[in-house]
Design a protein around this ligand. Structure first.
Ligand SMILES: [Zn+2]
Length: 245
């Protein structure tokens, strides 16, 4: 599933379409009347965690790529399940196999930007306070909680825990205060590292623990387990990641 940095990079790539009018639309979106977009100018693109927004004067379109969604800029995938395609005077933007919806309200009323780890309004204090309310939650689950860390996905989760040397099964309430603060800070810095990897087109090549077989610190074999309430695969090192329980 695409994580926050992947969507953030998409936003960067589609900037040439800001201010452009939609000339025509195609696609099978069940929830969006795609004809409504025709003749409308795109005011902005925004992201919130794993969600992508296309902002028009009177409404916005929300796109979630879910597990298998993808996009094409200025090209098409002929056999793809096109949900929303927009054609402009110069170029086109196509979204496939994704969930789409239309939002009538101003985005600021329905989206809490302070939970988005890559947004300038990101509030680390708020994230810390929310974590403290879940002392029995495992570190691997809390990092995937989109109400706290919008945008962090399974790969980033593993990288954040490795960087901070926290075992994924650590209980939030048992992690020392300083370490919890570090977790929140690294969650943000790793997300921006990941954005750099996306820009270089090697998001997986730079990962230190996810998809690896050997720990780069101590050369211990990396453990691979399905953990937590979220039941997601975790890559971690039993030797250098401390279990707080
Ligand atoms: Zn290690």
């Amino acid at each position: 599933m695409p994580e926050g940095p992947f969507m953030f990079y998409l936003k960067e790539k589609v900037q040439p379409f800001v201010g452009e009018k939609v000339i025509s639309t195609t696609g099978a979106s069940a929830k969006v009347d795609i004809n409504r977009l025709v003749g409308q100018p795109i005011l902005d693109f925004k992201t919130h965690g794993k969600e992508f927004f296309i902002c028009f004067p009177d409404f916005s379109i929300r796109i979630h790529l879910m597990l298998f969604g993808y996009y094409r800029i200025n090209e098409q995938k002929p056999d793809g399940k096109l949900q929303l395609g927009m054609q402009f005077e110069k170029g086109e933007l196509n979204f496939y196999a994704c969930a789409t919806s239309l939002i009538e309200e101003p985005l600021d009323q329905v989206v809490d930007w302070t939970t988005d780890i890559m947004n300038p309004q990101w509030d680390p204090e708020k994230a810390l306070a929310k974590m403290l309310k879940k002392p029995k939650m495992l570190a691997c689950d809390v990092l995937l909680d989109q109400d706290i860390f919008s945008g962090v996905g399974n790969k980033l989760k593993d990288e954040i825990l490795f960087e901070t040397r926290v075992h994924p099964e650590s209980l939030i309430g048992k992690i020392p205060d300083q370490k919890r603060i570090e977790l929140v800070a690294v969650a943000q810095s790793k997300s921006f590292d990941h954005l750099e990897w996306e820009r270089k087109n090697r998001p997986e090549g730079e990962m230190k623990i996810h998809y690896q077989k050997v720990c780069p610190r101590d050369h211990n074999s990396i453990d691979l387990k399905t953990l937590g309430k979220t039941k997601r695969t975790a890559y971690f090192c039993e030797v250098c990641q401390v279990l707080y329980d």
